[in-house]
Design a protein around this ligand. Structure first.
Ligand SMILES: O=C(O)CCC(=O)C(=O)O
Ligand SMILES: [Mn+2]
Length: 190
């Protein structure tokens, strides 16, 4: 079975996508974070920022992020994406891939904070990069290019059944910004 994906190319038209990219590059307090993997500190190969409602925290790979408050631009993007996705989101992780050396490794968005089977909406701005998926149990693979202004909906079952990644590329590529809108659930951490 293929992964439950919907790619809406041109979700933002060229002018709206250009404006969103320029606004995010200018307003976002980008940081390169250090992760703890198998006890070792490793710098993430990209810049990130995390926005959400006050009081929400998000933990992955031993890193806990306190959310920044939504900006007017992010609220506007969130509202448009909620309309397309037919659901509400309360947080967004923003990644900035400076060039082809920046990437994200194989993973699923399956942290407990996201609940058992999240729907995730991923907006891509800037350079076109290849997004790849592989079955957790099985040999199926899939690759798709995510163009400027496109919205990829990763539907129910995608995180459970599949891993995804954004590999490095030797091609000369410019900057790309990706926003994954998510809805957090309350986690009882004892
Ligand atoms: O940049 C992308 O397209 C994917 C980012 C991603 O998978 C994530 O932030 O969890
Ligand atoms: Mn992901």
């Amino acid at each position: 079975m293929p992964p439950p994906l919907t790619l809406i190319e041109g979700f933002l038209g060229p002018a709206a996508a250009d404006a969103a990219l320029a606004g995010l590059l200018a307003e976002t307090p980008w940081a390169q974070r250090s992760l703890r993997i198998a006890g070792r500190a490793v710098m993430e190969p990209r810049l990130t920022a995390w926005y959400g409602e006050a009081g929400q925290r998000y933990t992955y790979s031993g890193l806990t992020l306190d959310p920044l408050p939504f900006t007017p631009l992010l609220r506007q993007l969130k509202a448009a994406i909620e309309g397309a996705a037919g659901t509400h989101f309360d947080s967004v992780l923003i990644n900035r891939y400076r060039d082809g050396r920046d990437s994200v490794g194989w993973h699923a968005d399956d942290e407990p904070e996201l609940g058992p089977d999240p729907l995730i909406a991923s907006l891509s701005l800037g350079a076109v990069r290849r997004f790849v998926l592989k079955e957790r149990r099985g040999t199926e693979r899939l690759a798709l290019d995510l163009p400027h202004g496109s919205l990829l909906l990763m539907g129910r079952g995608c995180q459970r059944g599949w891993l995804h990644a954004l590999p490095k590329t030797a091609r000369p590529v410019g900057a790309r910004v990706n926003l994954t809108f998510r809805a957090l659930v309350t986690v009882n951490d004892g």
